[in-house]
Design a protein. Structure first.
Length: 456
């Protein structure tokens, strides 16, 4: 073919340009090639040109795709480099939001607690002042802000109890419900047990009351409320004495006295309870401890005199009762007891500090007093059962030795004293059972009989 030396058209080979050739070089090459082939036929030239254009277009599209893929790879690398930063930012925002909500919640609860505490403080002031209606209202308001607060519920229960005891409340129901709920939460709470003991004792549930009192005594009390343990034991002892459980009361009193401080008033209170429990030995000992601190304590002197009297220690009883009356002449109980005490001392023929003549005279007087008691009591003149079958009645016995019971007869027969006084004592015991409690010399002889029994 003309224009291309040494090559025919059919043998023409086209070598593709390297891929590294820029697009503008490819265009320039195509233009030059078109000029070179100017001599070729128009159709062939157009065909070649179209082929070259397609080739250049495909190259351009390939480069664009390569550039887009490269840009995509760059975008992915950028995204993956930015993702941890974005996650960190989101996490920080979440934490900030959480802290904000937490702070807001704490502020809300703190405000409610502050309001509850404010109402509770007012309630405590009114509770201490025994203004129970106001205290009930204020503790109810406190519970609106903290419904499960243990102290608020306990204080409300105490205010309700105070309202009931003051006569303004209708029943123990609401206070009892609060206390039982508190007991379920803390069975060892001393104050809760004490209040439940008081309620059940008031309602006549003695067994339950005693159990609650024991729990209160054995509970753990704060150091500034330790006196409440002692008060619980005092109330328990009082309850036991009211239901006539003297043995249990005595046991509680012994435990209480062992732990009692050297307080004369406390010792005297314990002594009075021993007296009520008829434990006169411990009562006398406790009164004496109280008198060590104050020997002019009139009530302790009177109590010691009564305990000594009940123990049959009449000279000691006389000493204490005289001392008590010297301090308080208007003490009628001590005056009557002293009169009986001195009557016993002046009637007892077994006293060691009297002469034989006095003893015989007292025995004769006792025999006469017993005979009068037989007549006034109208004891039947019949035989009574005895170890040897039927024995003479007291009237017959008295009549059988009447002629021998004189001061002279007692001097002649010293053994007759025991026979006479044995009959006198039996007459006084029998008539006290048949005709009721004696008075005067009959009472003195009966007391002598009891003390003589104790000495044998």
């Amino acid at each position: 073919m003309d224009g291309i030396p040494g090559k025919s058209w059919e043998g023409w080979e086209f070598v593709s340009p390297p891929e590294t050739i820029p697009i503008h070089s490819k265009v320039a090459a195509g233009t030059g090639l078109s000029a070179t082939l100017g001599g070729c036929g128009l159709n062939s030239a157009r065909t070649f040109r179209d082929s070259m254009n397609e080739f250049i277009a495909s190259g351009i599209e390939s480069d664009i795709e390569n550039e887009e893929m490269a840009a995509g790879r760059l975008n992915l690398r950028y995204y993956f480099r930015q993702q941890p930063v974005m996650l960190a930012v989101v996490l920080v925002l979440v934490v900030i939001a959480f802290l904000f909500v937490t702070a807001l919640s704490h502020a809300y609860h703190a405000q409610r607690e502050a309001l509850g505490a404010r109402w509770s403080s007012r309630g405590l002031v009114d509770l201490k002042a025994k203004n129970f209606p106001a205290a009930v209202t204020e503790f109810r308001s406190a519970l609106l802000y903290s419904r499960d607060d243990y102290d608020y519920q306990l204080n409300l229960a105490e205010a309700l109890l105070g309202l009931k005891r003051a006569g303004a409340g209708s029943s123990y129901g609401e206070a009892s419900a609060y206390l039982i709920n508190l007991w379920d939460r803390e069975p060892e709470n001393g104050l809760v047990n004490l209040e439940l003991a008081r309620i059940t004792a008031q309602q006549g549930e003695t067994t339950e009351a005693i159990r609650y009192y024991h729990d209160a005594v054995n509970a753990v009390w704060p150091a500034d409320q330790e006196n409440m343990r002692r008060d619980a034991r005092f109330e328990l002892i009082d309850l036991l004495l009211r239901v006539n459980e003297k043995a249990q009361a005595q046991a509680e009193l012994i435990a209480l006295s062992e732990n009692a401080a050297s307080d004369p008033a406390l010792r005297e209170r314990i002594a009075a309870l021993f007296d009520r429990a008829q434990d006169y030995d411990h009562a006398l000992a406790a009164y004496r401890l109280a008198l060590r601190s104050d020997e002019h304590n009139e009530s302790a002197l009177a109590g010691a005199g009564h305990a000594a009297f009940e123990l049959g220690r009449y000279p000691l009883a006389q000493h204490y009762l005289r001392s008590a009356l010297a301090l308080d002449p208007n003490d009628q109980a001590s005056a009557e007891l002293l009169k009986t005490t001195e009557l016993v001392l002046n009637t007892d023929p077994f006293r060691e500090d009297i002469s034989t003549a006095q003893r015989d005279r007292l025995a004769v007087e006792a025999f006469t007093t017993a005979g009068d008691r037989l007549q006034s009591c109208a004891v039947p003149k019949t035989q009574v059962p005895g170890p040897a079958g039927l024995e003479p009645g007291l009237n017959d016995e008295w009549d059988s030795i009447k002629s021998r019971v004189t001061e002279a007869g007692l001097r002649r027969d010293p053994d007759l004293l025991n026979v006479v006084m044995d009959l006198v004592f039996r007459i006084e015991r029998h008539t006290s059972t048949l005709c009721g409690a004696p008075t005067g010399k009959d009472l003195a002889l009966l007391l002598i009989a009891k003390s003589h029994e104790g000495s044998n």
